[in-house]
Write a protein that binds this ligand. Sequence first.
Ligand SMILES: Nc1ncnc2c1ncn2[C@@H]1O[C@H](COP(=O)(O)OP(=O)(O)OP(=O)(O)O)[C@@H](O)[C@H]1O
Length: 285
Amino acid sequence: MSTAPHPTSSQPATPRDALPALLDVNGIEVIYHHVILVLKGVSLRVPEGAVVALLGGNGAGKTTTLRAVSNLLAGERGEVTKGRIELRGERIERLSPAELVHRGVVQVMEGRHCFAHLSIEENLLTGAYTRTDGKAAIARTLEKVYAYFPRLKTRRTSQAAYTSGGEQQMCAIGRALMANPKMVLLDEPSMGLAPQIVEEVFEIVRDLNRKEGTTFLLAEQNTNMALRYADYGYILENGRVVMDGEAQALRDNEDVREFYLGMGGTDRKSFRDVKSYKRRKRWLA
Ligand SMILES: Nc1ncnc2c1ncn2[C@@H]1O[C@H](COP(=O)(O)OP(=O)(O)OP(=O)(O)O)[C@@H](O)[C@H]1O
């Protein structure tokens, strides 16, 4: 976890473009199995210390974008065929996932992926395996993780398989934090969780961001929740960014309200209908 100072809400806001980019994704194209074109020129920018949401429905390309950043595409027979991805100005497309962890980028994959037969604490400790700063430093991080996730401390000796979905999601995030990341790529943290637990998880993300300065890029279908906690959002449709903006502006946007927040537009129930398609075309124009 970074200890970099982080602006508080009492300080005047710095314009987003003036903040240094931690991550810059520029016009990437991703193809699976040499033929399936999934990302068609995605660009996004994550300033240091921000919480940025990647939004969109099923199959929009959110997970693929995160995989491209953390270099986990090869295992899926996917590759970045165009564009560039930079971390603090350094090209990272050819780095291995382990090298990215060393540079402070860790992904929490969709579906949590805890080691079912290990205890919560053993799961957390696996997240520290790349660290070389010694047992005492790792123990301090573990205590910090427990301070953010008191539920995990209570369940530290429980086998992960017998913990709740919410606890497993917390365990997956806690395990990522054990690597002392600068940036966490969080894939669909709300998936399959009760609303109250989703809220609890997002509150912890906000706390980590504010107190530790950890940067988050989170892929989420739960637009309402994500836009309550993110600073900025990108909406993906069919492998393209169709809209981006400050979270508040997106929450107030008529199209986002209608198609992603389920408010208003009574005659148009889905972004798949004809009128929305025209509107999408306008976004893409
Ligand atoms: N390993 C793969 N091989 C081939 N196609 C894939 C692979 N992974 C994803 N895709 C395809 O890429 C597209 C984008 O998928 P992706 O998982 O990135 O979307 P998503 O926005 O994260 O959706 P979801 O919220 O459903 O996970 C989909 O059409 C999907 O079928």
